[in-house]
Write a protein that binds this ligand. Structure first.
Ligand SMILES: Cc1cc2nc3c(=O)[nH]c(=O)nc-3n(C[C@H](O)[C@H](O)[C@H](O)COP(=O)(O)OP(=O)(O)OC[C@H]3O[C@@H](n4cnc5c(N)ncnc54)[C@H](O)[C@@H]3O)c2cc1C
Length: 438
């Protein structure tokens, strides 16, 4: 079968890899000149199978309300005259109760485990190097109240088989001694030893090269303009070469949309209604002046909700979310406040360790769903598949999502309890049924 994979982020490239392994002819199309140039470019670098709670929980509405007016708040909702934003917001609110939280966490844990296994096997098979650190993820808290909440979350997550320990301040420092100078401001932490970190861009690009070597064709610098439907099936993808401006239509048997946040607008004209909305996030990558004093364990600073990950001689600080449409500007006042806050906080926790003179700022749009669960599977058009909406966890779930969609396209049910689109549902209450309709 000739399969077109639309999008060369972590999700599209992993999809292409596994489809090729299944023996399909694969063509990947992307508007950029290389893989992983958009949201997969400079994310928080965490493979967080065990830190996977969705944003939507019973306390979220109050927190979001409190944060509304603050430019530096971890989650910022900027109301717009945009029906998609309101649809997303309302669905998000409907997920803010314990029943939905539990249902969503179960699926995120299942996909995370499957993905972690897939990633490990893929790395063993290909030998790809991407600054991988198998040191776990450490979550540190600055107040006893927040630590208590973190400990309660750890207890809850253990119910789903997640391996998350609660730590005293001394135990936090034993796991990451580089935090020593910040110790007085650490109340304690939680730790998931099986989690990992590594550079998503480096991994994705290396995998794209392996795909090419295995016979996958990459059509970079091509805008995808739309899909032509005939007789209830997608017949062609319409593209335009960004360099020459020349348009073309390409015929295929199967199409997989893996365009991150842009998947929803591309498929909307076909009547495929995906509730994916962009959540803008930022990162700062700093060169280390004193690598010997820098952390190696990937961490989350709970007070600021930011991730800190070591990437060789660099440190990546990432976080915050802004629901404000498809805006990737870094030169707005809000963007400046948010980027500066990342650097300032890093220097507060690790004084003098990084060179602050040339921060490398970046922004990306998390393809967010109200549940944080991605859409993986078949749409109502039988040869149109989706692998999108991975929100905060696309790097974590990339390998598993790619493998799962390739298995589904090849006629096999992946071995995990997950509400794949277009299937008869999963054991998780209602989710599968609801998802058949898109
Ligand atoms: C600040 C931040 C921190 C994060 N930290 C983490 C983390 O620590 N761990 C984790 O697991 N996840 C993290 N994420 C989430 C993760 O980065 C995303 O979920 C993931 O990158 C999404 O991958 P994707 O392939 O779906 O999208 P993308 O990487 O955006 O890929 C989509 C591709 O489609 C192409 N495209 C789009 N529209 C068109 C078109 N019309 N024509 C042609 N091509 C098109 C784009 O060029 C792009 O290459 C973070 C995200 C952000 C923003």
């Amino acid at each position: 079968m000739r399969v077109f994979v639309l999008g060369a982020g972590i999700i599209g490239v992993c999809t292409a890899w596994y489809l090729r392994q299944e023996g399909h002819e694969v063509v990947v199309i992307d508007r950029q000149g290389d893989a992983a140039q958009e949201t997969s470019f400079a994310n928080g670098a965490q493979i967080s199978v065990s830190f996977c709670e969705p944003w939507a929980n019973a306390e979220a509405p109050l927190k979001v309300l409190k944060w509304l007016a603050r430019d530096d708040s971890p989650l910022l909702f900027r109301p717009r005259l945009d029906p998609q934003q309101w649809r997303w917001g309302l669905s998000f609110l409907m997920q803010c109760h314990d029943g939905a939280f539990e249902r969503n966490v179960r699926q995120l844990v299942a996909l995370g485990r499957y993905s972690h296994e897939s990633l490990k096997a893929l790395v063993a098979q290909t030998g790809i190097e991407y600054q991988r650190l198998e040191r776990g993820i450490l979550h540190f808290f600055s107040s006893q109240k927040d630590l208590d909440a973190g400990a309660a979350a750890a207890n809850l997550m253990r119910r789903y088989g997640v391996d998350r320990e609660v730590l005293t301040r001394e135990q936090v420092l034993a796991i990451e001694p580089a935090l020593a100078s910040f110790a007085p401001q650490i109340a304690g932490g939680t730790y998931t030893p099986s989690d990992e970190s590594g550079d998503a861009r480096v991994f994705t690009q290396a995998l794209a090269r392996r795909c090419e070597a295995a016979g996958v064709q990459f059509l970079y610098q091509h805008d995808i303009l739309g899909l032509d439907v005939e007789g209830g099936r997608v017949e062609r993808v319409r593209v335009r070469d960004r360099v020459s401006g020349v348009p073309a239509t390409l015929q295929g048997d199967v199409f997989v949309a893996a365009l991150g946040s842009y998947t929803a607008p591309l498929l909307r004209p076909l009547g495929v209604a995906l509730n994916i909305y962009p959540a803008k996030g930022y990162s700062a990558t700093l060169r280390l002046r004193h690598p010997e004093r820098a952390s190696v364990v990937s961490m989350i600073d709970d007070a600021r909700k930011i991730a800190i990950s070591r990437l060789g001689d660099y440190i990546r600080i990432a976080g915050t979310a802004e629901l404000a449409g498809y805006d990737t500007r870094l030169d707005t006042p809000t963007a400046r406040v948010r980027c500066d806050a990342l650097v300032r906080r890093y220097d507060e926790v690790f004084p003098g360790v990084a060179d602050l003179s040339e921060p490398n700022f970046w922004t990306g749009l998390r393809p967010s769903t109200p549940t944080n669960i991605p859409y993986i599977g078949r749409t109502r058009l039988p040869n149109l598949w989706v692998n999108a909406g991975h929100g905060t966890l696309g790097w974590t779930h990339g390998a598993g999502s790619g493998r799962a969609v390739a298995e589904l396209i090849s006629g096999r049910r992946p071995a995990l309890d997950f509400g794949f689109l277009g299937t008869s549902g999963c054991a998780v209450t209602g989710e599968g049924r609801q998802r058949v309709a898109v």
